[in-house]
Design a protein. Structure first.
Length: 434
């Protein structure tokens, strides 16, 4: 996580100040619930809230931790300095550090998820707008990087919309799965803390109680959360790769917006490079790299160890901050993407009608020619286009075996572009429901 690839709202979730504020809320709400049960005096619970508007001194907590070698104890010591040692003596009653750490981590992840959900919604809006804008903009579809058959740029945008819409559903599910809290005490038995306290704190923090925790919240939840981030990152790379290919000089069907004063190369003043989508490709790799450690955190020793802790202190901020930035950047790219319909048409026609070969093949079979023979007839004319630069339709019309099966008018009809776009509206209705 570096400032270059960070946005302030997501960064703020992972700041020490935010973390300590959540820790305080967990402890204070727990004290309230204990006081309601008569476990601790109400006056002591009320005294804890004296720190409600206090800005915790991060440097002071770090100073204490340098001695205690324990971050939660350092925080509790600082809290007692603010509230008063006697008033704070019941804070953390019956709790263990993971009750605070895990519940806080899940609060942070749910808040991060809310930002990522909003990011995805913004990206979807941009993709939908561009899809309708270019619904009928014909371009060549490619398989193996080679011209295949006509499609439209609108369908390309719609395809990415559908993929990101699935990611939005995954992100919402991931948020729901991670939104649990645990205040179950050592090894998760509630021996020293009543389950109703956990319920109270979770309710106040917008979480649900973990059905069964050990001394930690089960890490399969976190593995699923970070796996979702990894899938979204892969989709970002999918879109970015398409744009990068489209911007290649030999293709140039679309390109990233090149702003006034922008420079593409320190050496070559003519350059306009796809730097944003290349950057997104790299950021996607970084997010995916954090999925495997999250998976490996699932297996912990017995009721708890802390092998997961150092991993999560890294991947929690880094994965969410990076993905937030990447989604926002991709939305900007889509919003401003410069599309060249004339170049798309020119590229499609560069093989002199060759991309209509399947229509001719099917027509020949429907005219009574065996599929094997029909394929040979079409392919031998197609190869003249590849090897001699011939015109495909001209070659077909000059081939007596082809014209013996298909009248010239029928061959001409097989080169109608509208044939390939006749179901675009149907696909759009499936994707957008309009």
């Amino acid at each position: 996580m570096i400032p270059r690839y960070s946005r302030p709202d997501m960064v703020a979730i992972w700041s020490p100040e935010t973390k300590f504020r959540i820790w305080f809320e967990i402890e204070a709400h727990a004290c309230d619930a204990m006081a309601e049960l008569g476990v601790i005096p109400k006056a002591n619970a009320e005294a804890v809230w004296k720190a409600k508007d206090v800005e915790f001194d991060v440097a002071r907590i770090d100073e204490i931790e340098a001695v205690t070698k324990h971050d939660v104890i350092a925080f509790l010591t600082h809290l007692s300095e603010i509230v008063g040692a006697d008033e704070a003596r019941f804070v953390h009653q019956g709790m263990t550090s993971s009750d605070v750490l895990d519940t806080c981590f899940n609060v942070q992840l749910t808040r991060a998820a809310d930002i990522l959900i909003a990011d995805l919604e913004g990206l979807l809006a941009a993709l939908k707008r561009r899809a309708y804008e270019h619904k009928d903009t014909v371009r060549i579809g490619r398989s193996h990087g080679i011209h295949a058959e006509p499609t439209t740029m609108g369908l390309t945008f719609a395809r990415f919309y559908a993929e990101m819409d699935r990611n939005l559903s995954r992100m919402r599910d991931a948020r729901s799965e991670i939104a649990t809290g645990a205040l179950s005490g050592a090894v998760g038995t509630f021996a020293n803390i009543d389950p109703s306290i956990e319920e109270h704190v979770c309710d106040k923090l917008g979480l649900v109680p973990e059905p069964i925790s050990t001394q930690v919240i089960p890490r399969d939840r976190h593995a699923a959360f970070f796996a979702t981030l990894g899938v979204i990152a892969s989709s970002i790379e999918n879109v970015s790769t398409e744009i990068r290919h489209m911007q290649r000089t030999e293709v140039l069907e679309a390109e990233e917006f090149f702003s006034p004063g922008q420079k593409g190369s320190s050496a070559m003043p003519h350059k306009r490079n796809p730097v944003l989508t290349e950057n997104l490709t790299g950021l996607s790799r970084m997010v995916r790299s954090m999925v495997i450690p999250a998976m490996e955190n699932v297996a912990l020793w017995h009721e708890r160890d802390i092998s997961h802790s150092s991993v999560e202190r890294n991947i929690g901020p880094d994965a969410t901050v990076t993905l937030d930035f990447a989604l926002a950047r991709l939305t900007g790219v889509i919003d401003k993407l410069v599309v060249y319909p004339d170049r798309m048409l020119a590229n499609m026609n560069s093989l002199s009608g060759l991309v209509m070969s399947q229509r001719v093949l099917l027509a020949l079979t429907q005219a009574g020619v065996s599929r094997e023979d029909a394929y040979k007839l079409v392919q031998r004319n197609a190869m003249k286009v590849w090897e001699q630069g011939a015109d495909f339709k001209t070659e077909l019309l000059a081939d007596p075996e082809v014209t013996a099966a298909l009248p010239a008018a029928e061959i001409e009809e097989k080169f109608d572009l509208g044939y390939h776009t006749k179901h675009v509206d149907t696909i759009f209705a499936r994707v957008f429901g309009d």
